[in-house]
Unconditional design. Structure first.
Length: 367
């Protein structure tokens, strides 16, 4: 990496302003710049890890202090350019779908194409434009793909504050956005961190969490979080959480949807984030009927692909177990009883037992 001694304070200030203008031109809703001091956040992360709240996400503890000390991950890093990209598609009736137990709920960030490639490409373009302006410099782009404290860096860069649900909240955009970072060796002027917290006495997110995973302000026990259970957990979903999952089969947005600041969220204009294959409104039965070939085909370029077909069926089986009784639901579950996976079969048996209970109650009530 290079130190660019030719850039004086005025030139660096002008470059910082230009970077923000270029960022908006590339479609980012917000761009901020911060230094790399995350000492306070490092202590918070260590307390979270010590409590075991990361569950099976060993990668959260794997890299030592590289996560909280950017210059250890990318030597000579002096600043981090933090960007925000809103993702909420238009006309996705989230609350309505959550209220339809026969419909699958997929977290709104995952109903369209994967965001990693799109954001990385734009960050690479931003870096190229900077290079054309100042000459070769050291940089590395990240989009949720390395040990990076993206929310802490975004807060320090002025993009928002950390809410009680541990999400980054922006007063004009809520929390339905992606974050990306460009680590650079340029001593750019930094933005004021977002110091004011607007949550106040509101605890809507903690009240709304279906499994009580928000154990304290800004502290989430991932082991109880539906996003973790449906995406990060490899084995069986603990039975104590299955009923609370309802129809949520990939991720969970409840703590974000109830946040008062979510009403300021503007629908994205990004075509890549528009729902594909009716993933914003498909029935549990129809998705459970996908063959593995269909799953691989329809989740190509989707965040859903990473959990694989087996865990997709596992999650859907739980959703079907929570659905109102119907012949089609029971038949769909029966059809998977012989599926060659102990994980899937166990969840199917659980779901069938729940469906039979409901059928029995219906028969009794009709007598």
């Amino acid at each position: 990496m290079s130190s660019h001694p030719t850039l004086n304070a005025n030139a660096l200030a002008e470059l910082a302003a230009t970077i923000k203008s270029w960022g908006r031109e590339l479609g980012f809703q917000q761009v901020g710049i911060t230094d790399v001091d995350l000492a306070e956040d490092e202590r918070h992360l260590q307390r979270w890890l010590d409590a075991g709240y990361h569950g099976e996400m060993g990668f959260m503890a794997k890299h030592g202090t590289k996560r909280t000390r950017p210059a250890e991950l990318v030597p000579d890093t002096l600043r981090v350019i933090s960007v925000r990209l809103d993702y909420l598609p238009a006309d996705t009736e989230s609350a309505k779908v959550l209220g339809q137990p026969q419909t699958a709920y997929v977290s709104r960030y995952a109903v369209g194409r994967d965001y990693h490639k799109l954001m990385r490409k734009r960050l690479a373009t931003l870096a190229r434009w900077v290079e054309e302006r100042v000459g070769p410099f050291g940089y590395r782009a990240f989009v949720d793909s390395a040990p990076v404290m993206e929310r802490a860096l975004a807060r320090k860069a002025g993009l928002g504050w950390i809410g009680k649900n541990a999400m980054l909240l922006n007063p004009r955009a809520g929390s339905l956005f992606f974050l990306g970072e460009l680590y650079v060796d340029l001593p750019l002027p930094v933005d004021a961190p977002f110091e004011e917290e607007h949550c106040g006495s509101c605890s809507a997110c903690r009240t709304a969490c279906p499994t009580g995973a928000i154990v304290d302000d800004k502290v989430v026990d991932a082991r109880a979080c539906i996003s973790y259970l449906t995406i990060e957990l490899f084995g069986a979903i603990p039975e104590r959480y299955r009923e609370a999952m309802g129809n949520r089969v990939f991720g969970c947005d409840d703590c974000q949807l109830v946040c008062p600041f979510t009403r300021f969220t503007r629908p994205t204009a990004e075509a890549d984030f528009a729902p594909r294959h009716d993933l914003d409104r498909a029935s549990l039965v129809s998705l459970f009927a996908w063959s593995e070939e269909e799953f691989l085909d329809k989740t190509a370029g989707s965040p859903i692909r990473r959990i694989g077909y087996e865990r997709w069926l596992r999650n859907l089986a739980v959703g079907l177990g929570n659905a109102p009784w119907s012949e089609s639901v029971e038949a769909a579950l029966h059809a998977r009883l012989a599926y060659p996976s102990d994980l899937v079969r166990e969840h199917v048996r659980w779901a069938l037992a729940r469906q039979r209970e409901r059928r029995g109650r219906m028969i009794i009530s009709q007598k």
